[in-house]
Design a protein around this ligand. Sequence first.
Ligand SMILES: *[C@@H]1O[C@H](CO)[C@@H](O)[C@H](O)[C@H]1NC(C)=O
Ligand SMILES: *[C@@H]1O[C@H](CO)[C@@H](O)[C@H](O)[C@H]1NC(C)=O
Length: 478
Amino acid sequence: MLKLVSSVSSKREGILLALLLVSLLWVSGTNLGIRESRSASLVQDAFPEVVGGGKDKLTGDREQWRVQLSWPTKEKRIPQTNVVNHAPGWTIFDNLYVLNGTVYVVTDELETIPPRERMISTAINVRNGKEAVAARLPSDQEMRIISTEEARKIFGTAVGVIDGVTWLVNDPPQFITHYYHWAAELFFGFWRTYSSLDPSLPVTGHTPLAAIRRIWFAHTDSDHWRDYAHMNEWILRSAFPSLTSEYLNDWKERAELGRPFILDRVIFSDRAAAMHGLDFIRTERIAAEAFTLPGSPHWWSTIRGDIVKFAGLDEDIGSGTSHTPVITYISRQEWGRRMLRQEDHEKLVEELNALRDKHGYEVNIVSMDKLSRIEQIRLAARTTIMMGVHGNGLTSLVWMYPSPRATVIEFFYPGGFAHDYEYTTRSLGMSYYGVWGNETFTSLDLPPVKYPEGFQGNDIPIDGTVVAKLCQDRISVK
Ligand SMILES: *[C@@H]1O[C@H](CO)[C@@H](O)[C@H](O)[C@H]1NC(C)=O
Ligand SMILES: *[C@@H]1O[C@H](CO)[C@@H](O)[C@H](O)[C@H]1NC(C)=O
C-alpha cells in the first residue's frame, strides 16, 4: 500500500488517497475482520485500475513459504513416508527424504513399503545378462528404509523442505535421449502414474491434480535428455510451462550439503526397477507397469490437450467421426534405413491418392524430419489414420485424438514385430494394425516379437491395395 501511495505524483493526492482508504475501511465495517489480512484486495476494490489481478499482495495467492520442518522434542513426530501408489518402477511417495544422494523412506510400518528393487536401481545403463541385472540392484547407497527412531538419529531435528510435486527421474541418459522412449515410455508412464490419483479424470482432461513443480534428473546432465529432433523439450515445456529442472550436478550439489531434505510428493520413476514387473516382461514396455494402477480411460487427454493447444490448435481437433478423414503416411523413403521397396511405396502413394480423389479424404505423405516440430504435432493432432514403417516417426501417434476411427497401421518386414507402437496405440484406446506385405494383424492376434533379417533393410514389401482397403474399413466406423 505504501508503494501505491508513493507512486502517486503529488503529496496532496497522496493525502486524499489515504483519506479515501480510511473512509473505505470505515464503511466496510463488519467485513473488516476478514479484509484486514487481505489489504491488497481492499485497494483493488477501491481502485481496480491501479492494482492488477485479484491477488493478495503479500502472498500473490500462492502457498506459504516453508523452509524447514523440525521436530525439536520427542513429542513432535517425524512425518513418515507414505507410498501413495506403486507399480514396479513407478512410485508416488509423500514425505520422501534425501540425504547425501541417498533416498530415505522413513516408516514404522515396514509392511506398507514395496521391495526396494521395485522402486529404485543403481541407475546404470541397461544391458543384458545376469551380471548386468545384479549390478542394477540397489544398495543402501541408493535407498535406505529406516524407522522414525533411526531418522531422528540420522537427520537430527530438522530437514529442509522441497514443496509441491517433484518428478524424480532416476535413469541414466541411455533411453531418455530418444523421442519415442521419452514421449511414449518415460513421460507416458510418469503421467499414467500421477493421473492414477484421479481415476475419474474426464475426457476434457481437466484435473484437480496439483501442478508438477519440478523435474529432477538425478543421473542425467543438462545436455543429455534432449533428442536429436528436439521434440523432448518441446513436450516438457509445452505440457508443463512452469516446471523447472535439476540435473546430475544439482543432485550432487545437494548431496554435498550433507543436510537432509524432505520432498512433499514425488513421482519416482526408474526404468530398471520397472523391468522387474510382469507386464514389462510381457510387453517390454516400462510404461506397461504404470497401467496396472487405477486410472481413467481419458488419462492422456490432459497432456495431449495441453500440447495440442500449445501448438495453436483446439484440443478437440480430430474428435468425432463426421469430419473429413485425415490419412497420414509417414514415409521413411529418404531415411536410408528400414524403408519400403520403392515400387511398393509408389503403389501405396497411388492407392492413397485414389482414396483422396474418389472420397475426398485428406491424404498427407510426409517425412517427419522435414516438418518443423509444431507442424508435426499439428498434423498428428488432426490425423485419423496414421501409417508407416516401424520407426520413431510413428511416435507422433500419441498426439492423435483417440476417436472411434483413430487407427495406426504399422509396416514390418514379413515375420518381424516389436511392441513399441502397438502397445502405445492400444494404451490410448485406438485401433492398431500391423502389416506384412498383403497380410494384416491386430492387437488381438499379435505375432511374437522378432527381428528377422530384412527388418532393418530397405526392401520391405507392402501391398498398397490391402492398406487402402483397410483405411476404407476403418473410416466407415461410426
Ligand atoms: C554422507 O556421505 C559422506 C561421504 O560421502 C559420509 O562420510 C557420511 O557418513 C554420509 N552421511 C550419512 C548420514 O550417511
Ligand atoms: C500375398 O503375398 C504373398 C507373397 O508375396 C503371395 O504369395 C500371395 O499370393 C499373396 N496373397 C494374395 C491374396 O494376394
